[in-house]
Design a protein around this ligand. Structure first.
Ligand SMILES: O=C(O)C(=O)C[C@]1(C(=O)O)C=C[C@@H](O)C=C1
Length: 221
């Protein structure tokens, strides 16, 4: 069965969103669903509905605080395609623990500078990295299975990492600015809406939508 947003609305599953007064309806034990191409429904991050939950109004500004977190997570995931292409066929492993440690040390330092919680920031970035690897692994599998679909040019990994560093810095600042929304009990519901919106804005395919959900795991809390 193909689920469409309208049918989700009719079933009362999701989503009525009227910024700045965000209103989210979640019912029937399902907090939300995101649709990917082909109509597959994917459960949204940290869907926390008990059996029936009605969140009448999240604090003002929640959506505006959380949307950049979803948007920057998706931007960071777009770099995974480039990293995957940079490494493909070179023997360089997808997992690079030394680089991961550099990223985590840098964001912990930046978090302290801008007033974000360094431990929470590191948790968020561990998920960002795992999500990046989800995309890289899937692309390498695809290119192995269908060599004609493999990239013909190899991006410069140093340049791609410079772009990742830039996005990391922006994301740390966005995390600091989103502390009230991130720690609000409405966070999961609002994040579901921002994730769906970003999926639409950035026209994410199924792989990047799944990865965005993986990247979003620790954004609330
Ligand atoms: O920089 C790389 O080599 C990447 O693959 C990117 C990235 C990241 O998301 O920052 C992901 C996996 C690696 O283990 C290290 C870092």
């Amino acid at each position: 069965m193909t689920l469409r947003p309208t049918s989700l609305l009719k079933r009362g599953i999701l989503v009525r969103l009227v910024p700045p007064a965000v209103r989210v309806l979640a019912a029937g034990g399902v907090a939300a669903a995101l649709l990917v191409g082909g109509g597959t429904a994917i459960a949204a991050p940290a869907a926390s509905a008990t059996s029936t939950a009605y969140v009448a109004s999240a604090p003002r500004g929640s959506y505006a605080q959380l949307h950049p977190l979803s948007a920057l997570s998706a931007q960071r995931l777009a770099t995974a395609d480039l990293v995957a292409a940079a490494k493909y066929g070179t023997g360089s492993p997808i997992d690079d623990p030394a680089r991961e440690q550099q990223v985590l040390d840098a964001v912990a330092r930046q978090a302290a500078e801008v007033g974000a919680d360094p431990a929470a920031t590191v948790r968020i970035f561990r998920d960002q990295i795992e999500a990046n690897k989800v995309v890289q692994r899937a692309l390498h599998r695809k290119w192995d299975a269908d060599p004609a679909s493999a990239p013909t040019e190899r991006p410069d990994l140093t340049k791609v990492r410079a772009e990742i560093n830039r996005i990391n810095g922006e994301l740390v600042r966005a995390i600091a600015a989103a502390t009230p929304a991130r720690t609000s009990p409405y966070c999961s519901a609002v994040l579901t809406a921002t994730t769906a919106h970003v999926r639409h804005e950035q026209r994410l395919d199924a792989l990047h939508t799944v990865a965005l959900l993986r990247a979003s795991r620790s954004l609330c809390g």
